[in-house]
Design a protein around this ligand. Structure first.
Ligand code: SAM
Length: 159
């Protein structure tokens, strides 16, 4: 399976980079992983709601340009559907079985994802009703993808 993660913004924290590199390494036995970073647009401190919407749309256009044709797209959104780790694993397994071997996860920047990205999504995934920083979200997502592969292969992993 080929997995793309399209994420707005860079990882600035060293401890997160270390964790992300660790899961990239672990995932290399299970899938082809490609992380595509989209530069975040500068948001003025006093930006109005319409300015914020405009910035989100600009980021959204860059995200959509990076989505491969035919990919199954999973935008991460607070308002999406919550799944258990086993349900996410099952979803990935079903996608692989049905020939959807290219999956794209999308993580927004500090303003979130534009409507056009959410609408391009095939399934909006929520990790809880709490807001996580986008840098941390990347690490959490990688860990859950890794967990999903371990679950699907019946391999032991700490509960
Ligand atoms: C700091 S959050 C953006 C918060 C923004 N106010 C919003 O409502 O989307 C940055 C990104 O991390 C992801 N994210 C953060 N918390 C999440 C959660 N609980 N479930 C799913 N995605 C989340 C989303 O992709 C979001 O666009």
């Amino acid at each position: 399976m080929q997995i793309d993660i399209i994420a707005v913004g860079k990882i600035k924290e060293k401890y997160l980079n270390l964790g992300i590199e660790e899961f990239r390494k672990r995932l290399s036995s299970y899938c082809k992983l490609n992380i595509i970073e989209i530069p975040d647009e500068r948001t003025p401190d006093n930006a109005s709601p319409s300015e914020e919407e405009y910035i989100k749309e600009r980021e959204g256009e860059k995200i959509i340009a990076k989505i491969r044709d035919g990919s199954y797209v999973i935008p991460l959104a607070l308002t999406g559907k919550m799944l258990s780790s086993e349900e996410l694993a099952e979803k990935m397994n079903k996608l692989a079985i049905s020939g959807n071997s290219h999956v794209t996860f999308v993580i927004g920047g500090s303003l979130g994802l534009s409507n056009s990205v959410l609408q391009r999504g095939n399934f909006q995934l929520s990790f809880s009703r709490m807001t996580f920083p986008h840098q941390l979200m990347r690490l959490i997502l990688l860990e859950q993808i890794y967990r999903g592969f371990r679950i699907n292969r019946g391999e032991p992993y700490h509960k």
